[in-house]
Write a protein that binds this ligand. Sequence first.
Ligand SMILES: [Mn+2]
Length: 351
Amino acid sequence: MRFFHVADVHLGAAPDQGFPWGTRRKEEIWDSFRRLIARAEKEQVDLLLIAGDLFHRQPLLGELKEVNYLFSTLTRTKVVFIVGNHDYWRKDSFYGGFPWCENVTCLDSARCRRVVFPELGTAVYGLSYHSREIQEPLYDSIKPKQDGLFSVLLAHGGDGQHIPFDKRKLLASGFDYIALGHIHKPQILERNRMAYAGALEPLDKNDCGPHGFFAGEYQDGRVRITFVPWAARDYRWLEIRTDENSTDFSVQRQITEYVQENGTKHIYRVRLEGFRDPAITFQTEKYSALGNIIEAVDHTEPAYNFAQLKEEHGEDVIGCLIGKLGGPDMDDIQKKALSYGVWALLEVSGR
Ligand SMILES: [Mn+2]
């Protein structure tokens, strides 16, 4: 039995509006989901598990129909999904009474229900959000029936406002696999037993790192899952170490080269760390032209020539400070502290 465990697709989300690449992001998320369905069909997987937040907000009727059409193209795969906190089942949701095609099961109840696939020897358990928040630890007391079926729990949440759970209790409940959604960073909580698939596509700059889903296999009583990187692009940190020799142009060149080498499609968060020549200003506001740069922050410290400053300032407050704290064997932190002090005094005295 082979399955895909997907979560937090957030269809309808439109990240990075206002940035040059932002116009394409909404479509990219839909495309990613379409590619996923095509992959499930190509691989003839048995089960597609979607652990909540398929939609970013209340789905439009047309959006449900598009998704249902995609599901209907699956000739073998059964689809089971739950509704998460983003697209929660509101009284007037188009979810109500929606005619899903026969291979699709929405575990739409606010109480845990299950769907059984005898031909797969599998039972999938889950519940759906009927409100934006659920603070009760609903999952901690759910147990699968002891009927010899491969039992999967589809679950969404894990923080204080969204069905908090106790990992140990959940593991002790006896499910063979716990397919989690809600946290956007993919992570395995227990090897081959419990994992967050993470968002299929990253949705904002805090979703750094790779995104995709888990491909799983259940055979001879054992589960094995493998992460499949799937997202069209990632958000990535780009840290540039600077020193007294760095200039604005040299940093710009470093960024350009890094982006060329690591992929122009990715979205970068640039951070400058280290020291700089006090005469140099890094014009971070211009760096957005160097690639998909969503932010550029300058954390550098001016690197002063303390010996020369000491000479110039003699016994005034700056000279005394350098005399007291400065020395040839300062480490980076001491250097940083002294730089702050000198910078503040120079600014105040205007010298
Ligand atoms: Mn969620």
